[in-house]
Design a protein around this ligand. Structure first.
Ligand code: DC
Length: 222
């Protein structure tokens, strides 16, 4: 089974997908991590503004996801890039590498191969619309900018950092604008996707809501 989870940044879909995949004993395919790997290598080779060079990197990307006690690790060849793909620089870079149509086209096969290897929850931005249009279940995971900002603030506070709430809301809205309106593979809610709005749900409730949707679909298909 393929469960396609799409939704904007910061809605918490990654952490919920990861937890639910763990509980069900399924694989989680974090497609954002694949884009981040391409961005990391492009950045290191100083070719991140060259779509053809980035597409070449995507084409030959030897990526592996490895389960570990500390969570899922990401390898390019033998190199553990789990931390490197989450740095500020890589995050900035992936925002202009991921919209490149040349890169997106090259990454289709790898996403499909990894997703079909086993029962998978696949999360990203265009999973239900482009990568797995025949997924058994499509969920569009969302939360209001205010709810997402509140979660961010709590993370910041836990680290002892302080940020202005209105500023965080503004940044989230800006990022949504870019993701929903970009020319290639914009974030869209497919007609056959179920919307899961987690604005008023805590983490456990969000996990339970996703598990219920999956179990209902499994019953329908049985
Ligand atoms: O989910 P994330 O923040 O790790 O995603 C990293 C970047 O990749 C972000 O710019 C969105 C983009 N992305 C995408 O365009 N398509 C996907 N299927 C997954 C991520």
């Amino acid at each position: 089974m393929i469960i396609a989870i799409d939704g904007p940044s910061g809605a918490g879909k990654s952490s919920v997908s990861r937890e639910v995949a763990n509980r069900l004993g399924w694989s989680l395919l974090d497609t954002g991590a694949i884009y981040r790997c391409v961005a990391l290598i492009a950045l290191e080779k100083h070719v991140d503004n060259d779509p053809n060079a980035c597409a070449e990197i995507a084409k030959s990307l030897d990526i592996r996801f490895v389960a570990s006690k500390a969570g899922q690790k990401v390898f390019i060849g033998d190199r553990d890039v789990t931390k490197d793909i989450r740095t500020f620089e890589t995050t900035q870079c992936v925002n202009h590498v991921s919209p490149m149509p040349e890169v997106r086209a090259q990454l289709l096969d790898i996403q499909r191969r990894l997703g079909h290897a086993t029962d998978s929850i696949v999360e990203g931005r265009d999973i239900g619309s482009v990568v797995f249009p025949d997924a058994e279940l499509k969920v569009f995971y969302t939360a209001s900018p205010q709810a997402r900002a509140m979660r961010r603030m709590k993370e910041f506070q836990a680290k002892g950092e302080h940020f202005d709430f209105e500023e965080v809301v503004k940044q989230i809205k800006l990022r949504d604008e870019t993701e929903f309106n970009r020319e290639h593979s914009p974030l869209v809610k497919c007609e056959d996707a179920i919307v899961l709005d987690t604005s008023d749900l805590d983490f456990e409730e969000s996990c339970q809501a996703l598990i219920r949707l999956i179990q209902n679909r499994q019953k329908e298909l049985a």
